[in-house]
Design a protein around this ligand. Structure first.
Ligand SMILES: Cc1cc2nc3c(=O)[nH]c(=O)nc-3n(C[C@H](O)[C@H](O)[C@H](O)COP(=O)(O)OP(=O)(O)OC[C@H]3O[C@@H](n4cnc5c(N)ncnc54)[C@H](O)[C@@H]3O)c2cc1C
Length: 567
């Protein structure tokens, strides 16, 4: 054993650094973060707010691939995640959008007393330091509602200095308006439907990305009671003094150093897993917490039987259309349109609500089977019923399409928001801690494909609607021969499958849910069957949302820090 701390945090990413900051506020508390990635504060692929995607496939990207995806011609597809102090917030698209109220209220119905829109919204505001748009930015489409924002938090949000000026915004807005999507002046108040220009996690005046390190770590890195160790957590270590029927007591972690040594750190209070949705579950498995059938295969003794570890993995598929344009546009165009089931299915909505309600048990069976029965069909059906109500009774948005420009290309990137399809992430072997089996099972439920197709048609419609249609020369991705204007369902399916790509919003793999539903952590984010291990990262979000994850994750991590301090 090398050193002793009060709290050990595995993963110095988006959520881990919130915990590191808050827990080390008390100088008598010693906090250590174990993080495999390095300091990226001077990496231009991180700092440059126009550099999105340039960090992909560099040393700060884990560069995972998924397992073969049935909906993608059984191909394995690249899956990005940040490997740096700051985690995925150093490589993400910086979109700051929270979600629809009812989606957060659903958490309570999943067994989480005290988690709903009313309780999480104050944390979302507390996290934020919003810069209201300049006059020039307002002329370029930026708008906001004063009441929805926080002004003194750690995370700087703003419209980018590079916001595209000129008339593009007006043309796009007018076309969306014609299609029935009025301007939503601010998507961050719990209602996303409509067309909007969204804020980003960036510091406009400094013109720099505001990732988790810049927001939560650099300002406090001099604290003597806070330390970052470069290493990779492999497993939790357990005190052997507890009786066999009482909860497991963690006393630290084992980790690998960059030069290949295995060391341990002692935690006198808690072990906190913040390694992200595809990495925290494998650490639990390696530590003896999970599905006995999976653990046994890897020669790991089961200490806590918890079938939900690594299950309920939910990500969305992302599809892109591109058109050549008559104009060359500079600047960024962060334009989003959110649509409900009614928008996508029109006068067929009521009929589709009824036929899909009757299919929930069939879908649950299919998802259960695809995941080797880890969560049984009747359990999944209960969750699906709640999700169906969100879609057809609460009318949350179920589809998001981004309209943007890149030089002389006009681009739509779109994804369904609330997939029924669910997959898993597990250890491939006890040693393969850096190579998880990521299996999102994209689009295995046919309804998900129907939403993605309907949304594709809507995204396509935009470019045929005046006035923005005047800018379009022709479709270049995938091209008219593959996807003509009135493409059939079969043509859409072929196109969506052949370009299947992740939206990179993985969640749910250590869900905050009741144990009966396959949850892994309780409402205070403590792992069932343990007395002092929590998961605080995207793994705990039990269901997808009409937003982008960091806005919610920062709020969840702030609240988690309070639970930890008060326990
Ligand atoms: C390409 C892309 C674009 C995205 N765009 C947006 C966007 O525009 N807006 C938005 O809100 N969200 C976006 N997201 C999603 C969002 O960024 C992530 O959901 C969020 O950052 C995840 O936070 P986290 O704390 O769960 O994990 P992370 O931030 O990934 O942190 C996990 C940390 O743990 C470390 N780690 C991994 N394994 C171990 C181990 N064994 N031991 C110790 N440490 C370990 C990792 O190196 C990492 O630093 C995007 C994601 C991607 C990949």
């Amino acid at each position: 054993r090398c050193e002793t701390f009060d709290y050990v945090i595995a993963g110095g990413g988006t959520c881990g650094l919130v915990l590191a900051n808050r827990l080390s506020e008390d100088p008598s508390i010693r906090v250590v973060v174990v993080e495999p990635g390095g300091d990226v504060r001077n990496n231009p692929n991180v700092t440059d707010v126009t550099a999105f995607t340039l960090a992909f496939d560099t040393e700060i990207d884990w560069q995972y691939t998924t397992t073969p995806q049935p909906a993608g011609g059984n191909q394995s597809i690249p899956f990005h995640a940040g490997k740096a102090i700051g985690g995925t917030s150093t490589i993400n698209g910086m979109t700051y959008i929270r979600g629809d109220k009812a989606e957060f209220d659903a958490w309570e119905y999943l067994g989480n007393d005290g988690w709903n829109w009313e309780t999480i919204y104050p944390y979302m505001k507390q996290v934020e330091r919003f810069s209201s748009p300049t006059v020039a930015q307002q002329a370029a489409g930026a708008s906001f509602n004063l009441e929805y924002h926080g002004w003194d938090g750690s995370v700087t949000t703003a419209f980018p200095f590079e916001l595209s000026n000129g008339t593009l915004h007006e043309l796009v807005q007018q076309s969306w308006e014609k299609l029935g999507y009025s301007l939503n002046p601010d998507v961050n108040g719990g209602e996303t439907r409509g067309f909007s220009v969204w804020p980003q996690t960036l510091d406009r005046e400094a013109d720099i990305r505001d990732d988790a390190a810049r927001a939560y770590y650099y300002p406090v890195e001099q604290r003597p009671n806070l330390k970052i160790i470069k290493g990779t957590a492999t497993k939790i270590t357990w005190a052997d003094s507890v009786a066999s029927d009482s909860p497991l007591l963690a006393n630290g972690i084992e980790y690998q150093t960059t030069d290949g040594r295995t060391l341990t750190i002692t935690a006198t209070k808690e072990v906190l897993l913040s390694a992200g949705a595809v990495r925290s579950p494998p650490i639990l498995e390696r530590s003896g917490i999970g599905n006995p059938a999976i653990l046994k295969r890897h020669g790991i003794e089961t200490l806590v039987e918890l079938h939900g570890v690594g299950e309920h993995l939910q990500d969305q598929p992302n599809t892109v259309l591109a058109y050549s344009s008559t104009i060359n546009t500079t600047g960024t165009a962060p334009y989003a349109t959110f649509a409900t089931a009614q928008d996508i299915f029109g006068d067929k909505t009521a009929a589709i609500a009824a036929t899909t309600a009757a299919k929930l048990s069939e879908w649950a069976g299919k998802v259960s089977e695809a995941n080797h029965g880890a969560i049984d069909a009747s359990t999944l059906e209960k969750i699906f019923r709640l999700q169906h109500d969100l879609i057809f009774k609460k009318n949350v948005t179920i589809a998001e399409t981004l309209t943007s420009v890149s030089g002389d290309f006009l681009v739509s990137a779109f994804w369904l928001l609330l997939p029924f399809s669910r997959g898993s992430v597990h250890l491939k072997s006890a040693e393969a801690i850096n190579d998880p089996a990521i299996d999102p099972e994209y689009l295995i439920v046919d309804f998900d494909l129907a939403v993605q197709t309907g949304l594709g048609r809507l995204s396509q419609d935009l470019w045929y609607t005046e006035p923005v249609s005047d800018l379009v020369v022709s479709n270049v991705l995938p091209g008219e021969s593959i996807l003509p204007r009135n493409a059939t369902d079969e043509q859409w399916t072929a196109f969506i499958s052949s370009t299947l790509a992740p939206n990179h919003h993985p969640i749910g793999s250590a869900s905050m849910m009741s144990r009966e539903l396959g949850g892994v952590v309780d409402p205070e984010l403590k792992v069932y069957g343990t007395s002092n291990v929590r998961v605080v990262d995207a793994s705990v979000l039990p269901m997808q949302m009409s937003g982008h994850l960091t806005a919610t994750l920062y709020a969840v991590a702030e609240r988690a820090a309070e639970f930890i301090k008060n326990s």
